[in-house]
Design a protein around this ligand. Sequence first.
Ligand code: 1GP
Length: 249
Amino acid sequence: MPDSVEGRIKEALEERGALHMTLLDPQKIGSERSAKIASEAEKGGTFAIMVGGSTLASRNDLDTGVKKIKSLVDVPVILFPNDIAGVSKYADAIWFMSLLNSRLTYYVIDAQAMAAYTVKSYGLEAIPLGYIIIGPGGTVGYVGQARGIPYDRPELATAYALASQMLGTRFIYLEAGSGAKAPVPPEMIKIVKSELDVPLIVGGGIRNGSSAKAAVEAGADIIVTGNLIEETGLVRESINEIVTSIEGR
Ligand code: 1GP
């Protein structure tokens, strides 16, 4: 097994075709509940736990949550930071991401610069990711001051994704926003993916196996779900339904 989280993701993508990751916000749902959900999600077949949230502001809550989650799961724990407070030394890796279509240079590069020394001193594995908001983007669209790409403008999403790949990001994330009414349209995923060589992550508004499967059939490599596990008491079953619909495709 590769040592790096990125290596493990790429190896698993080769073997399984597509992967699922579970997003948790310990500040919102508490560290105990986050850890229990993470453990159930792992049993359901999720590949990794992503930890973050659009309004997360307490590094203490984040550290406590990550430590608790790590104590209950073996799958990688990857930070999904909204800001400089989203960095924890206890995680396995961090999506080192740029919100490419923000109006503010803060979310494109300044927050990353402010966090870079910390990420380095913690020895965190930084996985470079281009992050693109599609549609209004809900809370992350608002907080990140994104110029959301309209759902019917796949060529714009493709241009940003391609530029990001040319700049060297090794993953691209199309984000409709947590709890989005409609996920990123499969037609857009298909067009973006047709121009990319790096893995494509898709999230926001995916609540069941059929929408996850539609995204993967269109070309998504990694599906992220967050809200779903907060809404259901059947975490393991819900995650497993998604995992079985996407893997091997
Ligand atoms: C949000 O893409 C993720 O950053 C997950 O969205 O909460 O709608 O699953 P949901």
